[in-house]
Design a protein around this ligand. Structure first.
Ligand SMILES: CSC[C@H]1O[C@@H](n2cnc3c(O)ncnc32)[C@H](O)[C@@H]1O
Ligand SMILES: [Zn+2]
Length: 433
């Protein structure tokens, strides 16, 4: 017999971003939405109260390095290159798989508490990341991040092989909630030879590719100097851009690159907070959307954000989108919300991001009974410009309740935080020895 869950008594955001009074009935075994209509609670096995609340699609964080929660506040106020090379990479060299497990668990608590039901993660010790994802109950696109600069041929190849081994071994884990990708770090930190090989092997294995693209001018200039073409063109020449590829940042994407991305169906993940904090620049989000590029939203890691609340990204995306376009109408609230829902789900290849029968039952329930969400003119406006992650009351993924009334069910939150503090202190002590 089907195990059903009804999210009942509230209002629901439709795929057209209208708000209707309805319940959402979910098949908890199949993890799918069965029906959206009034009065569905009576026959359900379990009910989640949505009184005074809005049910929306679970948010999608399409670019993250989850375990970097351990480095939150460790090195602030630096530009990307110095931040990475002088601070982050030396500490990351000391990370253990256990550190990554704990840091990822902390990230998952934060993600679930702010209504995120799916995320993409590029990092190391991906078996640990996948195990934490399985325990938490969210959906994820995971990969081993490959960096070959400073490595000899044998070590560089071993890194690449590891990324394919992870992609093959972990795909479909956690009852299918874990999917994988190969994740070369960027065009300047992986050799052209291995990038081309990545593209060829990814095509043969039918696995998506994720990398950082056009984040800073330091990443653009060497590519243009060496190859005489913009980075998107070079990535396309290497075979890296397909309709399952999603690239992070895209800040310095030139108008000449928009069609290269749009024609190949490659998604760009906008990370506005990280781009502001590292002073990387303002991504031309509205222009990319106008050119037909799918744009998603991501936090990047907690060391360059410094939290994983995607509601911050929603607001930042709308705000900086206007500045970048010099147009107050650019990246309006509906556009920003679509980036965090449908846009993110499309980028990661998940059938989520919209509330309708047959879609994945990935949902967030936002409590509207708050002064900063009063009065009610436009709830989409409130979600983007006024709401916070802490307004999320329940989080549901794959038909299962992950947070009920602000209580994250899979983890003892206090214990996760205590372990994270211990691991972060020991990690930094090792790095500074
Ligand atoms: C090889 S695993 C991922 C790698 O990326 C680093 N990282 C974190 N944030 C950023 C960013 O904004 N741009 C480029 N690289 C970033 C992270 O520290 C890991 O080393
Ligand atoms: Zn990143």
């Amino acid at each position: 017999m089907t195990d059903t869950l009804a999210i009942a008594g509230g209002r629901v955001l439709t795929p057209d971003l209208d708000v209707v009074e309805a319940d959402v009935l979910v098949d908890a075994d199949a993890g799918e939405i069965i029906e959206v209509a009034p009065g569905l609670a009576a026959d359900a096995d379990e009910t989640l109260d949505a009184t005074d609340s809005l049910v929306l699609p679970g948010l999608v964080n399409a670019h993250c390095h989850a375990a970097m929660t351990l480095l939150r506040g460790y090195a602030d106020d630096e530009p990307l290159e110095a931040w990475l090379r002088e601070h982050v990479w030396p500490v990351e060299g000391e990370l253990t798989p256990d550190d990554i497990r704990v840091g990822t668990e902390l990230a998952l608590v934060e993600l679930i508490r702010s209504g995120v039901t799916a995320f993409a993660d590029m990092y190391f010790a991906v078996d640990e990341v996948a195990a934490a994802v399985e325990e938490a109950g969210v959906r994820a696109r995971l990969g081993h991040g490959v960096v070959t600069v400073g490595k000899d041929d044998e070590a560089a190849r071993a890194d690449l092989d590891e990324s394919f081994d992870v992609a093959e071994r972990l795909d479909g884990a956690a009852d299918g909630r874990v999917r994988t990708a190969v994740m070369p770090h960027s065009l300047t930190t992986v050799s052209d030879e291995l990038l081309a090989e990545t593209a060829e092997r990814a095509r043969d294995a039918d696995v998506p590719i994720h990398f950082h693209l056009n984040e800073t001018t330091d990443e653009v200039t060497p590519v243009v100097d060496e190859h005489g073409v913009r980075p998107s063109e070079h990535a396309a020449d290497l075979g890296l851009l397909t309709d399952s590829t999603f690239v992070a940042h895209g800040v310095h994407t030139d108008p000449s690159e928009f069609d290269v991305l749009a024609e190949r169906g490659t998604s760009v993940v906008h990370c506005p907070a990280s781009n502001m904090k590292l002073a990387s620049g303002m991504a031309p989000v509205q222009a990319m959307l106008d050119a037909g590029v799918n744009v998603a939203l991501g936090t990047d890691g907690a060391a360059s954000n410094n939290d994983l609340d995607l509601f911050d990204e929603l607001r930042d995306a709308a705000m900086i989108g206007k500045l970048a376009a010099d147009d107050a109408a650019a990246v309006d609230a509906e556009t920003a919300l679509r980036m965090a829902t449908e846009g993110g789900a499309d980028a990661l290849g998940f059938d989520s991001g919209r509330i309708e029968a047959g879609a994945n039952a990935d949902l967030a329930v936002v409590d509207l009974d708050a002064p900063h969400l009063t009065p009610e003119h436009d709830l989409v406006s409130h979600l983007v410009y006024a709401a916070r992650g802490s307004d999320v009351r329940h989080t549901v993924c794959d038909g299962r309740v992950l947070m009920r009334d602000r209580d994250v069910l899979a983890f003892d939150e206090a214990a996760v935080r205590e372990r994270a503090q211990e691991h972060a202190e020991a990690l930094v002590a090792r790095a500074e020895e």
